[in-house]
Design a protein around this ligand. Sequence first.
Ligand code: SF4
Length: 86
Amino acid sequence: MAYVIAEPCIGTKDTACVDACPVDCIHPKKDEEKFGSEEMLFIDPVECIDCGACVPVCPVSAIFAADDLPDKWADFTQKNAVFFGR
Ligand code: SF4
């Protein structure tokens, strides 16, 4: 299981989660080339250690444990994984 970033991140890309993540598994970061072209941020499902540290810092409540992801955003599990080629 991993945490998933969902629809509220689109157009937000706050990046507070990037700073909160202890294993640096949220991308693209501000200094990465894809930050400008991607509409949201993603969590690497392989590297995520399920610590939950990113959840409370998100200003738009876009991050969910996989089990708690609302059904309407179910496709975001794959969207996050695809960004990392998973
Ligand atoms: Fe990073 Fe923890 Fe959030 Fe996973 S749950 S993305 S490891 S801060």
